[in-house]
Design a protein around this ligand. Structure first.
Ligand code: ADP
Length: 515
């Protein structure tokens, strides 16, 4: 299978249509590949790390995403006007927007991802389930079509058998799902799910799935080129979730042996082939206690947790994305991949774990990342950055790797003893607590485990330990004193800045113009 992409000439300049750590990751990948990088940024991100690192940076609008990072048409116009021949969408924002991919294609710009057709097929939960059923990929037992009315839905739920899960056909990001344990709860849940789906996704189609009790979330990284080759790069275990959002991931999964890895890999490749998938993608599965696995969905983009796969396979996924987009066949090292060693990723969020994970915006007063063997930090912030309320509160990903899981756990403890982030609250206390949790240490994970332990007050004490309060007060005082000193200095000039040349100038500058 050959598509027009395979005849493309090498990329010379790529516009990164994203922000934060993933924009930084892609800019680095572009530089490694000898491709010029340009980034967009919102007024709130004027001093973000992507702006400092990229060769070129362009303001795309005010802080709110729909006035900046989601302006597909303006982004394509910008790419054309700056002579970019490719656009990398990262994750989130426009990355799974088939119209945006189509718009790039129509403008003669390479969208670094799968085809618009594959994105739209996989974007609908109902359509992707149907395609997978037809391709012989095991899906979660349940319906094939949206449920037109309450009577049909009630009957279907009875047939599937409680507990069931109602899902929005256009849902995503953990939203629009409802667990129903008994028939009497069904009518209310059905009505609520539909109106929630309409409000969140502009589409009130819902469908039913059997609820799998305490499964693991195991996903397979795939790569497909424009020459018909599709490979599996093995699994990531993403069972540690808070309200259906991943917080800790690891590779390989403690629950997957070579035989299961081979079977899940084959199912994932089959799933990707069913839609003519190209570029990097992730096929998500639920793994039941008895070892059965079920297709959940395909994420048609680079995942947040891609670095753990990079650590255990040695394959640079952004480099692979770029070479696929330039029409090259998959490199020989992408075939027959077996994981080597172990890796864990901790997502560090600017959220307060002692107060129901409320966002914790503010200025990062003091920052020290861990270093040393087996440590990688992917981030978009630095000391002095202002964390705003406009975007996802993920500050950084701490990726820890080693020869095996015990070594990674030891290094995780070391990394967490070195890390210091003052001025805002973060989820780091949760990760320290995990290191004392027997189930986590033993690799006994399931998708509800974190919520159960948090709700039961098992993982973290209900009250914040006193020393953490003291460190925040100290940071606030330091901020106040530094602010007094800074107010005597000239304010930074606005406009474009690029490269490390300006980093000295920016260091210590307060984000006074953050909007
Ligand atoms: P989204 O696209 O909104 O992220 P998914 O369908 O990928 O939704 O599901 C998100 C999470 O919800 C999964 O990782 C899993 O934790 C849980 N989940 C989804 N479907 C089921 C199911 N049928 N049974 C049990 N848990 C489920």
């Amino acid at each position: 299978m050959t598509s027009p992409n395979s005849t493309r000439k090498p990329l010379e300049k790529v516009l990164v249509a994203n922000r934060g750590e993933i924009a930084v990751r892609i800019v680095r990948g572009l530089r490694d590949a000898g491709i010029r990088s340009a980034v967009i940024y919102s007024e709130a991100d004027r001093q973000g790390l992507p702006v400092l690192l990229a060769d070129e940076a362009f303001c795309i609008g005010p802080a709110p995403s729909n006035e900046s990072y989601l302006r597909g048409e303006a982004i394509v116009d910008l790419a054309l006007s700056i002579g970019a021949d490719g656009v990398h969408p990262g994750y989130g924002f426009l990355s799974e927007n088939a119209d945006f991919a189509r718009r790039c294609q129509a403008a003669g710009i390479v969208f670094i991802g799968p085809s618009p057709d594959a994105i739209s097929k996989m974007g609908s939960k109902v359509e992707s389930r149907r395609l997978m059923m037809d391709a012989g990929v095991p899906v979660v037992p349940g319906g094939r079509d949206p449920l037109p009315d309450l009577a049909t839905a009630t009957e279907a739920a009875g047939q599937i058998g409680y507990p069931v899960m109602l899902k929005a056909a256009s849902g995503g990001g953990g939203k629009g799902m409802r667990l129903i344990r008994s028939a009497e709860d069904f009518p209310g849940a059905y009505r609520a799910a539909r109106s929630e789906a309409r409000a969140s996704f502009g589409d009130d189609d819902v469908y039913l799935e059997k609820y799998i009790e305490e499964p693991r979330h195991v996903e397979i990284q795939v790569l497909g080129d424009h020459h018909g080759n599709v490979v599996s790069l093995g699994e990531r275990e993403c069972s540690l979730q808070r309200r259906h959002q991943k917080v800790v991931e690891e590779a390989p999964s403690p629950a997957v042996d070579p035989d299961l890895r081979r079977r899940m890999g084959e199912a994932a490749v089959q799933a990707a082939r069913a839609v003519g998938y190209t570029n990097a993608g992730t096929v998500e599965f639920l793994l039941a206690e008895n070892g059965e696995f079920f297709f959940l969905e395909v994420n048609t983009r680079l995942q947040v947790e891609h670095p753990i796969t990079e650590r255990v396979t040695g394959i640079d996924l952004v480099a692979a994305q770029l070479s696929i987009a330039q029409g090259e066949p998959l490199a020989p090292e992408c075939y027959g991949v077996e994981p080597r060693g172990h890796a864990i990723e901790l997502r560090i969020y600017a959220e307060d774990p002692y107060r129901g994970f409320v966002p914790s915006p503010g200025r990062i007063e003091h920052l020290r990342w861990p270093e040393g063997p087996g440590i990688r930090v992917d981030t978009g912030v630095y000391e002095g950055s202002e964390v705003t309320i406009y975007y996802d509160p993920m500050l950084a990903k701490l990726i820890i790797s080693g020869a095996d899981r015990p070594q990674v756990l030891a290094r995780m403890a070391r990394a967490l003893s070195e890390i210091r982030i003052d001025g805002i609250r973060t989820t780091i206390p949760l990760y320290r607590a995990l290191l004392e949790d027997e189930d986590f240490l033993a690799g006994r994970l399931d998708i509800g485990m974190l919520d159960r332990k948090m709700d039961g007050g098992e993982l973290l004490p209900k009250e914040r330990p006193e020393e953490e309060d003291l460190s925040l007060i100290a940071a606030a005082l330091a901020h106040y004193e530094a602010g007094e000193r800074r107010s005597a200095r000239p304010a930074p000039s606005g406009g474009h800045r690029s490269g490390w040349r300006q980093s000295g100038r920016l260091a210590g500058v307060r984000g006074g113009s953050w909007s």
